[in-house]
Design a protein around this ligand. Structure first.
Ligand SMILES: NC(=O)c1ccc[n+]([C@@H]2O[C@H](COP(=O)([O-])OP(=O)(O)OC[C@H]3O[C@@H](n4cnc5c(N)ncnc54)[C@H](O)[C@@H]3O)[C@@H](O)[C@H]2O)c1
Ligand SMILES: [Zn+2]
Ligand SMILES: [Zn+2]
Length: 383
């Protein structure tokens, strides 16, 4: 089959690789029809992880089940399914509690919890930027979609259930967003957009989104958020102005360790410190942007060892609460599917490019540069 393979920093290639096969009775094989490029793929693409060459990328996957293992009961060949980016077993102590991003069963590294498709440090699994994907624990991991998911147009919405819509939702859950709240969101990439959409669904009274990219800020404004261009105005002044000088009730971090200033220089602590500054006293902060225990390629001396100059004193004095981590997609994807089905949410508004799989190298290059108009790339191996 054809697949997008990581070949080294800023180098992906579409190659012929062996087809996946059923390796375990609970496996399911899925013919991928829609698969996205994610901001998380860019950490690997940029050479900022220990991703090995030859691995297939892609953790935002949707397609049709073509074969099921002997131990699979619920899912059947022909079902259209969306796969959470997390690979989880469903029966370990963490999965039992809904913490599927921290499954104790699926990552062979005893020092790590949680696994994902085509992801550095998250187990040996291949990704779905390919014609086919092997899905472990198929009954647990497949979200079976309605019949209209065969329609490629509908897939644009449904595929967002694999990661970024639940992850944006998770940011607002971690930040405890309630109806009537003011919320400041750092990052207007796909994840920040989905956090803004989620805050809208939760009836937040005021949603502010911070970034440098005009096109991304315009998209956030389209769904009713207040865009704040950090290259043009003081974010702190503007948030204070919008919140009667108090700061936002809630804050979401949707940028991660490659947070940078207007000149492009990376400061991994920048967004969390801005959150401490612009969220009110006793406010709550959710961090879904990725941070890593080691980052030898960081230009920041501290962060080479995963440490950051966090404004801890101010955070403590303000009595704020911060929650972090990968999204437990299974916790939310069924409810968010219902919102799409009932036309209460259209996450596809962020899709800017739909490409055949063989144009993946181009998709990566433009999305990595955050070029104007490249907000979300989805690919169709069957196009
Ligand atoms: N926790 C999870 O489960 C999970 C899931 C998916 C993605 N992520 C992470 O979420 C983050 C965002 O993903 P994405 O797909 O939206 O990526 P992205 O890189 O497209 O978007 C990040 C945005 O942040 C902006 N930005 C950079 N520095 C900033 C700053 N100082 N202030 C404000 N904005 C700034 C960039 O201009 C960009 O638009 C990444 O770290 C990704 O790995 C986490
Ligand atoms: Zn993703
Ligand atoms: Zn588990």
């Amino acid at each position: 089959m054809k697949a997008v393979v990581y070949e080294g920093p800023r180098n992906v290639a579409v190659k012929d690789v062996p087809d996946p096969r059923i390796e375990h009775p609970q496996d399911v094989l899925v013919r991928i029809t829609t698969t996205n490029i994610c901001g998380s793929d860019l950490h690997m693409y940029d050479g900022r992880t220990d991703m090995e060459t030859g691995r297939i990328l892609g953790h935002e996957n949707l397609g049709e089940v073509v074969e099921v293992g002997k131990g699979v009961d619920k899912v059947r060949a022909g079902d259209m399914v969306c796969l959470p980016f997390n690979i989880s077993c469903g029966y370990c102590a963490n999965c039992e509690r809904g913490l599927t991003a921290f499954c104790l069963q699926t990552n062979p590294d005893p020092n790590m919890a949680g696994a994902a498709y085509g992801f550095a440090g998250m187990g040996p699994y291949h990704g779905g930027q390919a014609e086919m994907l092997r899905v472990p624990f198929g009954d647990f991991n497949c979200l079976v979609l309605p019949e209209n998911a065969r329609d490629r147009d509908r897939q644009r919405d449904y595929v967002m259930l694999s990661d970024i819509f639940p992850t944006g939702w998770h940011a607002t859950q971690l930040a405890c967003v309630q109806p009537g709240d003011s919320v400041v969101i750092y990052g207007a990439g796909p994840v920040g957009q989905m956090a803004a959409l989620s805050a809208t669904i939760k009836n937040a009274a005021k949603i502010m989104v911070v970034d440098y990219h005009q096109d991304r800020l315009e998209l956030a404004a389209k769904i009713g958020a207040i865009p704040i261009d950090a290259s043009k105005e003081s974010v702190a002044d503007r948030v204070m102005e919008e919140t009667n000088g108090l700061g936002a009730d809630r804050g979401c971090e949707c940028v991660g360790y490659q947070a940078h200033d207007a000149s492009g220089r990376e400061h991994p602590e920048m967004t969390v410190n801005s959150l401490v500054q612009t969220v009110k006293v006793a406010g709550t902060i959710g961090v879904v942007g990725v941070f890593t225990p080691e980052d030898p390629g960081s230009p920041d001396q501290l962060y080479k060892h995963g440490k950051a100059a966090f404004d801890y004193g101010r955070f403590w004095t303000k009595g704020q609460t911060m929650a972090t981590g990968q999204c437990n997609v299974k916790n939310y994807n069924r409810a968010l599917l219902n919102l799409i089905v009932e036309d209460k949410a259209r996450p596809s508004y962020i899709v800017s490019h739909e490409l055949p799989l063989h144009r993946a190298p181009e998709g990566y290059e433009h999305f990595d540069k955050r070029e104007r108009g490249w907000t979300k790339v989805i690919m169709h191996p069957d196009l």
